[in-house]
Ligand binder design. Structure first.
Ligand SMILES: [Zn+2]
Length: 672
């Protein structure tokens, strides 16, 4: 899939929020107890508070040295506290640590809210003399003052007090929404192994009947996704589909409603018509109306391709149901898979023997190492939070660029999607960037061989694209410029672009070797995979525009009279490729409504730019060192030093355009 709904980066909304230091940053113990984490976060917050007081106490003229630098140190503490709290809340195997981390997130978030509303600090920044400063310093000043204003610092006391309350309440609601989804693992029971017909053998083996003779299928991805794609049983696919779309229901109906109400009030206090207008102020896109225009433009571009896809699915369905005249949502994955295997003579199971986990990981290192001229070395002797987690250093020659941890396998209580988490943002001369990749791939420790789907491989490349962005960009002086601190609607572009390497036959043949025979994946198979990928993209893009429209339309109106289920149904009719299925409530498990709120469009927006950037590599080769170097310098290393549109222009030598994306969607991309 080129569109990954389940993959995203954890970013922070407020630029001041990004930063850290202090502790020996390469300490070998990265595991935490609940008490240890609590204490560590408290120490960071105390240190940040002390630095804040130091900045405010300055007498006389304000300078970069007496104001911006200590504020940056403060931000470094807050960055570390915030990143660790977020990571451990989602990944730590001990529930007590996860709970402590959630509490810590609230504390850190409260600190940020107070900072954003701190009038004295705002005045201190405003009066600092940056007349002789370099570009990065001017930019961090500009971003900081903008973020202060967006936080409401220039509002009266009563308004600022209310803003604080709202921010605190929103953090809790966001957490409750996520927790309700995470903890809502639903399931169905099927009667016997024969009800698993169509599923891969290893799946059937892993799902033995229980004491009651029945087999449990849960809504967790490793259970759910193969079931939806391969299980012949129409009845059970519908049953698990309903359960999947009831995750978080009914609890999250009221949580969501409360959240939308608070967001609307906050936007109104800050002088905006609605939350969507407010949240787009610091994005490339700029306004709610521009999102609406973008969504409709893309949905229109995808209309004819989606109709073609749907017609092909109906033909496939008629082999089972001769009178069929439409495809229901719970049938989509299954018939897409059927069309792929008949029309394109491709069954995604055929490719799995070539994607043994350990080889894929090494392949990813080899490919990106060659592309960007870097090397990955394992870090020994680290105490990590789970035995499946590994630690790595990235080097460019002798230069130690950064460190990362890979936490790639499913376990109870762990984050269920794929994402790149921060651990600490790098700061030039002070600390290296550290990030953590969190995914849910087959585990070589528990299944041998651990065979991945090609879609997992694509996810791995995607998330690694975020990780490399964090590694290369984490070498500026200021938190808020260093690391992945570009506009949010640009952050997916580098990761989406890196996906292209996981679709190229020559690249795949470097590492995708049959786990038994060692034969590289046949070029003809990759060709079929690409054709199969391209099938269905019209419908996928429409589906994405449905999500984007939901995200926008929940936030561009008065929430008082808003029935989220009703609006979701209407938007399904307008944008989604398949009809709404009664008694489902996907908004209750649409986790991106917390992190992304109104701006789910960002995924497709980034993709428009990713396709455009990739066209530079298509002109020569996938490993052209001069293009890769220019890309690394202009885009990745630049971090947030310039507006994203300017970074892209630096790389392309022109403004970005929709042309490459349009070609891709119509299907006239060059075959390779
Ligand atoms: Zn992503």
């Amino acid at each position: 899939m080129s569109i990954k709904r389940n993959a995203h980066i954890m970013t922070l909304c407020f630029a001041l929020t990004g930063m850290t230091v202090s502790r020996p940053c390469l300490a070998n113990n990265l595991d935490r107890t609940a008490d240890g984490l609590h204490q560590e976060i408290a120490e960071h917050l105390a240190a940040a508070q002390k630095l804040l007081e130091q900045v405010l106490a300055v007498k006389g003229g304000r300078t970069i040295d007496n104001t911006l630098r200590p504020a940056n140190e403060m931000n470094m503490h807050l960055d570390t506290a915030s990143e660790k709290a977020s990571l451990f809340a989602q990944t730590h195997p001990d529930e007590a640590v996860r709970t402590a981390a959630e509490k810590a997130q609230q504390d850190v978030s409260k600190f940020f809210t107070d900072l954003g509303l701190n009038r004295e600090l705002f005045e201190a920044f405003k009066s600092a003399d940056i007349s002789n400063a370099d570009n990065d310093t001017r930019r961090i000043m500009e971003k900081t003052l903008r973020d202060f204003r967006l936080a409401g610092v220039d509002r009266d006391d009563a308004t600022r007090k209310r803003i604080k309350q709202l921010q605190d309440e929103m953090v809790k609601l966001n957490q409750a929404f996520g927790k309700n989804i995470r903890e809502s693992v639903r399931s169905i029971k099927v009667d016997s192994p024969s009800d698993l017909a169509g599923l891969p053998e290893d799946y059937i083996e892993a799902h033995a009947p229980g004491d009651d003779g029945k087999i449990t299928i849960t809504t967790d991805y490793p259970d759910y996704i193969p079931f939806m794609n391969y299980a012949k049983s129409d009845k059970y696919r519908l049953a698990i589909y309903r359960e999947y779309r009831k995750r978080g229901y009914p609890k999250n109906l009221s949580v969501l409603s409360d959240l939308l109400t608070k967001r609307a009030e906050l936007a109104s206090l800050l002088g905006f018509d609605n939350w969507a207008d407010y949240i787009t102020q610091d994005k490339m896109i700029g306004s709610a109306a521009a999102i609406d225009k973008f969504v409709n433009k893309i949905a229109e571009l995808a209309k004819a391709p989606a109709e073609r896809d749907m017609a092909a699915l109906i033909v496939a369905k008629r082999l089972d149901f001769p009178d069929a005249d439409r495809i229901l949502d719970y049938e989509k994955g299954y018939y897409e898979e059927r069309v792929r295997s008949t029309k394109f003579d491709f069954d995604s199971q055929e490719a799995r023997p070539y994607f043994e986990f350990s080889r894929v990981q090494q392949g990813l290192f080899d490919v990106t190492g060659r592309l960007f001229g870097v090397e990955f070395r394992p870090v020994k002797g680290m105490k990590l939070w789970h035995k499946d987690v590994t630690a790595w250093d990235i080097y460019d020659g002798d230069e130690h660029i950064g460190r990362f941890m890979l936490d790639l396998h499913t376990r109870p209580g762990k984050y269920k999607h794929a994402a790149c988490f921060g651990y600490q943002t790098g700061i030039r001369g002070k600390r290296i960037p550290i990030s953590v990749l969190v995914c849910n791939f087959p585990n070589p420790r528990t299944s041998s061989p651990a065979l991945m789907e090609h879609s997992d491989v694509v996810t791995f490349f995607h998330e690694f694209g975020h990780l490399l962005h964090a590694m290369f960009s984490g070498h500026h002086d200021w938190i808020g410029i260093s690391g992945i601190s570009t506009e949010w609607d640009f952050v997916e572009a580098p990761s989406q672009m890196l996906e292209e390497w996981s679709w190229d036959a020559n690249v795949l043949r470097m590492f995708a070797k049959h786990h038994e025979t060692g034969e590289p994946i046949p070029t003809a198979m990759v060709k079929k995979m690409r054709a199969a990928r391209d099938f269905g993209k019209g419908m996928q893009v429409r589906q994405q525009m449905f999500y984007a429209s939901m995200s926008l339309n929940y936030h561009n109106r008065d929430p008082k009279s808003l029935d989220t289920t009703e609006l979701m149904k209407q938007l399904t009719d307008r944008y989604a490729p398949c009809d709404y299925i009664e008694d489902t409530y996907m908004q209750c498990s649409f986790g991106h409504l917390t992190g992304y709120s109104a701006i789910y469009y960002t995924y497709m927006w980034s993709m428009v730019i990713a396709k455009d950037m990739f066209s530079e590599f298509e002109k020569t080769t996938m490993f052209d060192p001069s293009v890769a170097k220019r890309y690394r310098r202009s885009i990745l290393e630049a971090g947030g030093a310039k507006p994203a549109a300017k970074l892209v222009e630096d790389f392309l030598g022109r403004e970005y355009s929709f042309d490459a994306y349009g070609k891709w969607l119509r299907g006239d991309t060059p075959a390779s």
